[in-house]
Design a binder for this molecule. Structure first.
Ligand code: UD1
Ligand code: CA
Length: 458
């Protein structure tokens, strides 16, 4: 089924009462990614149009996922999964798609294979295809009912399931992943009723309706079906997060990434870690981070949306967010690199150094106890211990520029906006409020006076 002819509807309007949290359930995270983000990535891989049904906490969902906002449809009242699809239908129609994938927003482990199987079934002529799992304990999931011929005849929600009426529990359950022919399903979608224990419009009733109409219905059993089921509780979220973590770590090892204590390595699904990179657990590499071949990330470090270039090292207990380490540079232990921090080739940042929107030039060093904010440091410069760029005047942020091979003495305050020229030297303990020209010594402190005194005789 071509991607252009496919729309995906993500059902994400529910509160998720069983999570016991005020946060909309689809915004709960695993490995630093929201459940909705995981589902939306899978959906976008298979479908050109992604429609998300939002309701509970819609504003919060929009803030977390601005990239999905254009495809939002509001389900003001949550009257069930079938009602959610009804609300989205106009958008499905408007997309011009011939087929519609339906995904629940609480199934973050869904991957491309599962969606491909559904699309293949649709290409073979199925009007309604859905994926099933066989569980030892079917619990609260919808039960799949098959006729004597083995074909799916319906889905009965757990609350309504009665062995006397529906036959013995086979443990086969609905994963909630559907592929629907837009033209065929339109004929039955609006005849759903809420005549069930929960009083909700169930998308699952489409199966019985479609079968009764003589449509082609396919219930496809998946070996990995348990991974496709919705997450409803903190325990299920923790279990899914651990399964995803272990899967990613196994893939990294297979690809040639060197992992120490792999059971303590956390790498997010969007992180790119090249073969030949080396990670020491416990550590976390999250978001859109990249770690190049030959780079090292040491224990207790946490990287989010950060890049570590070839041969660069993040030493122990460092914290990087939207930061870049170019080839051969290093930071830490205990470095804090905030958004816009960049270390050029072979630059070095030592312990208790914080950088924000600051670039340290090639081979430049800031070894100890320093804050560099809104700052550009030239190549080969040395920033002494305790240097502080005073970038904030209480209202606005200002820039500091430090030239190539400049030497900033320890315990210097650089009051921005201020420039220190190439090859300039700043005396230790200075408060620098005026620009220092190239190759000048800048000193801004009280001159030492040695005054005769009686001494400290007993
Ligand atoms: C659903 C299925 C069940 C299946 C299970 C798999 C139905 C009726 N039941 O049950 O057969 O075994 O998933 O995980 O579909 N939502 C809306 N609007 C609503 C209600 C729900 O958008 O009015 C969204 C929720 O945010 C959630 C998804 O739909 O992301 C599924 O809803 P949920 O309440 O979790 O369904 P389950 O009871 O788990
Ligand atoms: Ca669910």
């Amino acid at each position: 089924m071509p991607r252009e002819h496919t729309a995906a509807v993500i059902l994400a309007a529910g509160k998720g009462t069983r999570m016991h949290s005020d946060r909309p359930k689809v915004l709960q995270t695993l490995l630093g990614e929201t459940m909705l983000g995981c589902v939306a990535r899978a959906a976008a891989g298979a479908a050109a149009h992604v429609i998300t049904v939002v309701g509970f906490g819609a504003d919060e969902v929009a803030r977390s996922h601005p990239e999905l906002k254009d495809g939002f449809v509001l389900q003001a009242e949550q009257k069930g999964t079938g009602h959610a699809l009804q609300v989205a239908w106009e958008a499905v129609r408007a997309s011009g798609a011939t087929h519609c994938l339906v995904l629940n927003g609480d199934t973050p482990l869904v991957g491309p294979d599962a969606l491909q199987e559904l699309l293949d079934s649709a290409a073979d002529g199925a009007d309604l295809a859905f994926l099933t799992a066989v569980l030892p304990e079917a619990g609260a999931f919808g039960r799949v009912i098959r006729g004597a011929d083995g074909r799916a005849a319906g889905i009965v929600e757990a609350k309504d399931f009665d062995p006397a009426r529906h036959g013995a529990d086979t443990g086969e359950v609905n994963t909630g992943l559907f592929c629907l022919s837009v033209n065929a399903i339109e004929n039955i979608l609006f005849s759903l009723t809420s005549a069930n224990r929960a009083g909700e419009y169930y998308i699952t009733d489409l199966v019985g309706l479609a079968a009764a109409e003589g449509m082609k219905v396919e219930a496809l059993r998946r070996e990995d079906g348990a991974d496709l089921l919705g997450i409803n509780s903190p325990a299920e979220l923790a279990a899914a997060e651990e399964r995803l973590r272990a899967r990613i770590v196994a893939d990294l090892l297979a690809s040639g990434v060197i992992l120490h204590h792999p059971q303590l390595v956390v790498a997010g699904p969007r992180a790119v870690i090249e073969p030949g990179a080396e990670l020491f657990g416990p550590c976390r590499v999250l978001g859109a981070s990249r770690v190049a071949c030959g780079a090292r990330v040491c224990a207790f470090s946490c990287l989010t949306d950060s890049v570590v270039g070839a041969g660069a090292t993040v030493r122990e207990s460092s914290h990087l967010t939207e930061a870049r380490l170019q080839a051969g540079s290093d930071c830490g232990p205990f470095a804090r690199l905030r958004p816009g921090a960049e270390l050029k080739e072979r630059a070095h940042v030592g312990n208790f150094v914080e950088m924000k929107k600051a670039v340290l030039g090639e081979g430049a060093k800031a070894g100890h106890l320093t804050y560099l904010g809104d700052t550009e440091v030239g190549p080969g410069a040395n920033i002494g211990a305790g240097t502080i760029t005073c970038n904030y005047d209480g209202q606005n942020k200002h820039k500091t520029a430090i030239g190539a091979r400049a030497f900033i003495g320890s315990n210097t305050a650089l009051v921005a906006p201020v420039r220190v020229g190439d090859e300039a030297v700043i005396g230790a303990g200075s408060v620098i409020t005026k620009d220092v020209p190239e190759a000048h010594l800048g000193v801004g402190r009280a001159r030492q006076a040695n005054i005769p005194w009686r001494g400290r005789k007993p």
